[in-house]
Every structure is written in C-alpha cells, then in structure tokens.
Write a protein that binds this ligand. Structure first.
Ligand code: GCU
Length: 595
C-alpha cells in the first residue's frame, strides 16, 4: 500500500511539476495579463527539442535576439502575430481551426517589486502547459479545465518581464480526456492569466458551508500560507457572525459555529458576504448556505424533495462558438436556461470557467459539475488515474464554496469493465474524502431487457444519484417508440436522465419522420418527455443540449459541417421548435410524475 501511495505521489508531482496549491482567487486584486499575446505555431516542437529530439536548453522559451546583424535566430516573438488571451486559437485564426499541436505564447509586462509575494495564476490552459518567466522554467501543468499557479516572488524583476508558455493540445491515449471526445479540442490559454500579489502571510484557501446533516451549524477552515501564524477571523456581518481561530503548525485554522442563516435555494439564492482576515490580508466572498442530500429515491434540498429541471451545456460561447471567455457569455447561456424553465444545469463534460459557476450561484441554478473521464479512458494506467484524481480534486477545490454545485460527476458513458468500475470507485472515494457534503453522480450505461431499459451498472453502487444518457428516437428506435419505453433500476436511488435528444438544423422544416428537421427533433422531445413521466424514480433530467457546438466528429455537409446539431438553440441564438416543447414540460409545476 505504501509503495502505491509513493507511486501516486511521484506521479502527481511528475504530472504537474512544481505544482503548488492553487490560491483561492475570489475577489483578490490582481494584475491582469489578459489581452494580446504574441504566438508562434510550432507543429514540429522545434522550439523545445533539438534535432535529436532532446530538450533544447536554448529553446524558444529563451526568447533569443540577434546580437548583431550576422547572428542566426530563426524565430522572433516580437514580430509574430497575436492571439487574444483568454481564448482558443481554433476560432481566432482560420488556419488554426483544426490545428492540434504546440503553440508558443509570449507576454511582456512591467512590474514594480514590493514587500508582497507574487503568484502567476492561470485559469486554465488546454492541454499541456510549460511555463517560463524571463527564460526560466516555472513548471508545467496537464489538464485543460482547472486552474494552477506558480510563486514568482523571487523570479519576477523590477521593470521588464516576459512570460512564455508552450501550449500543446495534442490528444493522447493516456490523457483525461483521451483521444476520442464529442466536443471541440480547443487549444490555447483559454482562461485568464493573473499576477496575484499577497502579503507574506495570506489566506491560500478556505471552505465554509453548512455541516452535513444540519441546517444551522456552519463549519469550515482557513488555510494560511506564510510564517508567523496569526489569528484568523471569519465574519458574516449580515448575520452578526464574527469568530476567530488559531492556525495549527501547518497554518490550518478550523471554525464552527451555529447560526440561523437564510438558506440558499433555486427559488431564493441567498448569499452572504463572508470576510476572512489574517493580519493585513482580507479576502471577501459571497457564499450561500444550503443542505443537499438523498433519501431513497428523493433528492432533498434543505430537507425538501426537489425535481431537477435541467439542461446540458458545453462551455461554448453564443455567436462565436469558441470557448467562453467572458462572464457576459456565461450570463447569456444561463439566462437561456432560465428561459427554458430550468432550476438545474449540467456543465458538461469538464469543469467550466469559474464565472459560469458563480453566476449560476447568483441566479439560483443548481449545478452538476464533472471531470472529463469520458468514454474509453486507459483504466489500468496509474498515471491516468492520478491525472483524473488531480482534476477531480482541483475541480472540488475551486468550487467547494459554491452552494449551487450540488453534484460532482466522475464519469460520462464509460464502457463497463472491471478495471473501469475499480477506477471510478477509487475516484468516488477521493471525492468523498475531499468533500463529504455534495452528491456523487455520473452518466452510467443502461441496456435493454424484454423491451425495458435496465439500469444495473455496477458503478451505481458507489453513487448517490444515478445518471444515464439515453437517445431513444435518435441512436435507435423511432421518436414514437419512446413514449411507452419503460425503465427498471436495481438501485433504490434517484435517477437523472443526463442526456436525451436529437439533432436538427435550425430552419430546416419537414415531416416529423424526416431526420434533421426541427419537426423530427420536436417529435424526439415530445415522446421522450412522455417516457419521463412514466419513470417513478426519476428526479431530474438534463437533455442534450442547450446550444449547437463544434465537433470534429460531425462532418455531414450542409447539415453538420463539423457542428453537433442537438442544440435546442442554434449557435446564433435562434430557438428551435423543441426548445418550446421542453419549456412547456418544465412549466408544469410540479413536473408530473406518475407513481
Ligand atoms: C453522448 C455524449 C455527448 C455527445 C452526445 C451526442 O451521450 O455524452 O458528449 O455529444 O452523446 O452523441 O451528441
């Protein structure tokens, strides 16, 4: 057991060289490094390896200049083109639409040193990032959807500095996700880059939420980074809460107190201003307090059974169809979900940007958040497990203070096998050890028996909520065949149909039997909704999907053109007929369920 743990530790360190605990950014002041970055496309990775394919100590990260007119330097960031950061390169440059490989990014910036500590923070980079400051390697990170940072206090200079990042979005069998996925492999520095300044002793992270099984006991902790342990104060001014705690030798201060707070809910998403102070460092955040649990086939929000009227959403911007890069784009997507009548969103298939979760928190939309353990992962590879585990812990770490997040999902549509179920079981153990307050779920595999859909996937025994994707009327059967489709499940747990639906080219009209017409998609929704009404243990659904999105798997000319057309809304924001079919179902309140 010990050597397995040691292996895991070595892999974790190897996986994210010099990885440091991520700073809870919250509303911290920061120097934003977003904007135009110089870039160099490097498909042969000639800027990293020499011709023997060994790491070149004088690679592009040195940003060499010609010392005199006879010098040979065959690259120049300062005369290269520019990309926007945050942003994917695929939708910024036509000749990069299908590009998968290395792109080098460079940003110069001025800095005035002070007695503060400085951290270089990345919201996300897809997929492999190698980061250099002033020609010196800070470290690297794998994984396209979670934040990371490096302390640069002793490396950032007074005056001119430059940061260079080697970004490689090549898909690999031993990555999470693996080589096959039905979303666009957007490469780039896809979320904000910040230089965060903090005092010598500062609040590195914190957690504050209602104690599991309670409705008026709050518990939490504050993790300090830095010497001279000082008293930590946690305040909720509106609730007249002010508590102090002493950090232990590791800088960890625990708090717990009773308070009759107004609970967060989808109908009234109450959040409190929380203030955490230690010495000169003060961090504020808006936190909601609620309980979420399962009881038999029910999901209980603050002790009351709730039906999750949801929709699946990819982190794809309306109108541009690239990665979401601005909070306004999140608000558009979530307003569309609200217009549908949703109280729940499945942020598929990877952790979305932090704004998406914070705005869902503000709007009263409950969230299913998930890591991209998707389809045919390399289940028996310890490095792959360590990668999945790190992405899971990083997702939970970033969003653990968001009341809206009620479920963590650890897998989507993974073929059943002994290694797969063991891999996923170990992920659920990590999730529960990291956060014992939220529900665990995943999209499991169903099969057909005597005309029924049977859910007895062994992975379900480790979950609180059973999820399953089911494409009756699209990947099998006619739309009409779905209305009477029955379901059986071997678990006495809540079921969420985490995907159903079908494709339609917006504006294409015909009969309900003609594929790709809006009428066909409408018939798929009408009949699947009849099916839903007959599932007594159903407690929610997140149909696939809010908006059309790019997918390299969908080349059908004049219909798909590399788009997945299952959106209820086109990429230009035009609602298809099935949008109104789902909206009508959600407006029946409470949603009809035949016992
Ligand atoms: C799968 C998968 C989605 C995919 C969808 C589809 O269920 O989970 O990621 O986009 O089906 O085929 O459109």
């Amino acid at each position: 057991m010990l050597n397995k743990l040691l292996t895991l530790l070595m892999i974790l360190v190897g996986l994210n060289v010099y990885a440091q605990p991520t700073i809870a950014v919250a509303d911290r002041d920061a120097i934003l490094l977003d904007g135009k970055w110089r870039y160099i496309v490097d498909p042969m990775e000639n800027g990293y390896y020499n011709y023997r394919y060994q790491v070149n100590p004088n690679g592009f990260f040195k940003d060499q200049k010609m010392a005199n007119e006879s010098d040979l330097v065959e690259y120049n960031f300062d005369t290269s083109s520019q990309l926007n950061v945050p942003g994917d390169w695929n939708t910024q440059e036509d000749d990069l639409f299908f590009y998968e490989g290395t792109v080098w990014y460079k940003k110069s910036f001025l800095y005035s040193k002070s007695d503060k500590r400085a951290f270089l923070y990345f919201g996300a980079v897809n997929y492999d990032a190698k980061v250099y400051l002033n020609g010196e390697k800070l470290g690297e990170h794998q994984g396209g959807f979670t934040p990371f940072n490096f302390e640069v206090t002793d490396k950032v200079k007074d005056g001119e500095n430059f940061v260079i990042v080697k970004v490689d979005n090549k898909r690999k069998l031993e990555q999470i996700p693996t080589v096959n996925s039905d979303w666009y492999n957007f490469g780039g520095i896809t979320r904000s880059v910040k230089l965060i300044e903090v005092p010598k002793t500062f609040v590195q992270d914190y957690s504050l939420q209602i104690k599991k099984g309670s409705l008026n006991e709050i518990e939490g902790w504050v993790q300090l980074d830095g010497k001279s342990p000082k008293t930590v104060k946690v305040e909720i001014p509106e609730a007249k809460v002010s508590v102090t705690a002493q950090p232990d030798a590791n800088g960890l201060a625990k708090v717990s107190f009773k308070s009759k707070l107004k609970l967060w809910s989808d109908k009234d998403p109450k959040r409190y201003e929380v203030k955490i102070s230690v010495g000169e460092d003060v961090v504020t955040d808006k936190i909601g307090f609620r309980s979420i649990e399962v009881k038999g086939q029910d999901i209980l929000l603050n002790g009351e059974s709730v039906f999750l009227k949801g929709i699946s959403i990819h982190e794809v911007a309306p109108f541009t169809a690239g990665r979401v890069v601005a909070p306004e784009q999140c608000r558009t997507l979530l307003n569309w979900a609200k217009e549908l009548g949703c109280n729940f969103v499945r942020l598929a298939h990877y952790p979305h940007n932090e704004d998406m979760v914070r705005i869902a928190d503000e709007m009263g939309l409950m969230v299913w958040s998930e890591i991209p353990v998707y389809w045919t992962i390399d289940w028996e590879n310890d490095k792959v497990f360590a990668n999945a585990q790190k992405q899971l812990v990083d997702m939970i770490t970033r969003d653990k203070n968001r009341a809206a997040v009620i479920m963590w999902s650890v897998a989507n549509e993974t073929p059943i096998s002994e290694p797969r179920t063991d891999f996923l079981r170990r992920l659920t153990e990590t999730a529960r050890a990291t956060d014992n307050t939220r529900l665990l779920t995943g999209a499991l595999e169903a099969h057909s028996i005597d005309g029924y859909r049977m859910l007895d996937d062994p992975f379900g025994q480790y979950l609180d909520v059973i999820g399953v994707n089911n494409y009756c009327g699209w990947y099998g059967g006619t739309p009409e065949s779905c209305a009477d489709l029955g379901w059986k499940m071997t678990y006495n747990k809540p079921l969420v149909i985490s995907e159903f639906g079908g494709g339609a080219l917006q504006g294409m009209h015909g009969t309900a039997t003609e594929r790709w017409t809006e009428e066909y998609q409408e018939a798929v929704y009408e009949n699947n909704i009849e099916m839903l009404k007959n599932i007594p243990f159903l407690r929610g659904t997140t149909p696939w999907i809010l908006m059309d999105f790019f997918s390299a798997r969908r080349p059908l000319p004049d219909i798909q053109d590399y788009w997945n057309r299952k959106g209820l809304i086109s990429d230009q924001g035009i609602r298809k007929k099935a949008f109104f079919t789902l909206q009508e179902y959600y407006q029946e309140s409470p949603v009809q369920l035949k016992k």
